[in-house]
Ligand binder design. Structure first.
Ligand code: GLN
Length: 196
């Protein structure tokens, strides 16, 4: 699989930026909106945006269970910000009717950074990425409150966990797709190329 096919969940959010970052990282990148399209991809990105809307649209489009099944079945998946929220097995400060897909044994706190620090940038030391720190763009970002034993913590910012991996599923609180530095996307594309 020299050029893996990677879908970007295109219900809502910064889909275009992920498609561009993936294409520049050696993948064939396509928006995904229908359950049938899940059979055609080797990997999936869940973008940043608004997780409550994404949850609602996933239900409306009949995607919730097919996505859960595909991720459970080993589809390499990467979520940024709202995408991280979608990949949490358990959510704090979500809306009452909000659903997640799950995939990572973690508790994620939505909008964790609160009002006076809703958006900021910070250099992040990211395990497995060479060439210095990654520029983290945090926009009304979640953080990871706690993780289970099988979850690898890849990055922290001021004592909070902001990047994690569990097997074939990767998540960051921040948005590498907005920076022009594609090292995190390349790491994910390599994961997909190696089958998770
Ligand atoms: N606060 C948003 C949510 O709850 C996430 C923000 C983002 O993806 N930049 O989904």
């Amino acid at each position: 699989m020299s050029t893996p096919v990677i879908g970007v969940l295109a219900l809502q959010g910064d889909v275009r930026e992920h498609l561009a970052a993936l294409a520049e990282s050696g993948a064939s990148a396509h928006p995904v909106r229908r359950a049938g399209e899940l059979a055609e991809i080797d990997g999936l990105v869940i973008p940043g945006g608004e997780s409550t809307t994404m949850s609602k649209l996933a239900i409306t489009f009949g995607l919730l269970e097919p996505l859960r099944e595909r991720i459970r079945g080993g589809l390499p998946t990467y979520g940024t910000c709202a995408g991280m929220i979608m990949l949490a097995d358990k959510l704090l400060d979500g809306r009452d009717d909000q659903e997640t897909l799950g995939g990572i044994d973690m508790i994620v706190r939505r909008n964790a950074y609160g009002r006076q620090n809703e958006s900021f940038e910070a250099a992040v030391d990211f395990t497995g990425i060479q060439g210095g720190e990654v520029e983290g763009v945090f926009i009304r970002a979640p953080w990871v409150e706690s993780v289970g034993g099988d979850v690898e913590v890849l990055a922290t910012h001021e004592d909070h966990i902001v990047a994690v991996r569990q097997g074939h599923v990767l998540a960051t609180s921040f948005h590498p797709e907005l920076t022009g530095d594609h090292r995190v996307h390349r790491l994910f594309v390599d994961t997909v190329r190696n089958g998770g």
